[in-house]
Ligand binder design. Structure first.
Ligand SMILES: C[S@@+](CC[C@H](N)C(=O)[O-])C[C@H]1O[C@@H](n2cnc3c(N)ncnc32)[C@H](O)[C@@H]1O
Length: 244
């Protein structure tokens, strides 16, 4: 068996908690006939999640405004031999309802996108409108408190101070307390919240590359702290599963 490269090991430390939660959701007995959920990955970029989900047998539609990202997605899907289960469509959150159509989606992934849109509440309302009743949202957002710590540790004290004062200072990062009400306003119930990358961004990459077993030990530690409320404010990202 081929060993994962250093960059694959680092990537699995960063995304392991999210992957475990999403794949467990899809794996629930009787949820999706013949393992074929209809998944929409809004702002799915080059397919970092879309391709492995298609490898599980699901149908994944990536909607993204970037033609370059969609070209890379297409290459990646062909290399992984899942091109028949992945569609890339150029568009953004405002096109979602038209692109998804009346049938709706079982699962929408929105990873790293709420941070870049002007109106996160409107974005969540668009997502809710394309979910089938009982459908799920996998939401990954940047977490504000960790961004303050990261800026301070890099010596950017004024930038840290500017971020400190909450939603008015920074509408593009979120806290665990803000996410629930934001989802509820869109008609979505948050079912789980995980902290993602609590330690991963603080550990030198060279340690993970050189120390045998370090990456998998760190991935286990990330998993262990991901559900501990006291560690949520330290997490670079929050992963929320929500249901319509
Ligand atoms: C930080 S990347 C995240 C990519 C991918 N979801 C991931 O987790 O690796 C943000 C993505 O959102 C896309 N994007 C930017 N504005 C968007 C919008 N208004 N609607 C949908 N996607 C958007 C970008 O093209 C980019 O691919």
């Amino acid at each position: 068996m081929q060993h994962p490269s250093a960059s694959e090991r680092r990537q699995s430390v960063r995304t392991g908690v999210v992957w475990t939660a999403v794949s467990a959701l899809l794996d629930e007995p009787g949820s999706y006939p013949e393992q074929q959920a209809r998944i929409v990955d809004i702002g799915g970029g080059t397919g970092g999640f879309a391709v492995p989900l298609a490898q599980l047998g699901h149908r994944v539609e990536v909607i993204d405004p970037s033609p370059d990202a969609l070209a890379a997605l297409d290459r990646r899907a062909r290399e992984a031999d899942v091109a028949d289960r992945i569609t890339g469509q150029q568009g953004d959150l405002t096109d979602m309802a038209d692109l998804v159509g009346a049938d709706g989606a079982d699962l929408v992934l929105c990873h790293g996108v709420l941070e870049v849109v002007d109106d996160p509440a409107a974005a969540l309302a668009s997502i809710a409108s394309v979910l089938r009743p009982g459908g799920h949202l996998s939401l990954l957002v940047a977490q504000r408190h960790a961004a303050v710590v990261a800026r301070a540790m890099a010596g950017h004290f004024q930038a840290a101070r500017d971020l400190l004062d909450g939603p008015d200072a920074d509408r593009h990062r979120f806290t665990a307390e803000e996410i629930g009400p934001l989802l509820a306003a869109a008609g979505l119930d948050a079912t789980t919240v995980h902290g993602v990358r609590v330690f991963a961004d603080l550990v030198p990459g060279s340690l993970l590359d050189l120390e045998p077993g370090a990456a998998s030990a760190l991935a286990e530690l990330e998993s262990a702290v991901s559900t501990r409320a006291e560690y949520l404010p330290l997490a670079t990202q929050l992963h929320v599963l929500a249901t319509r």
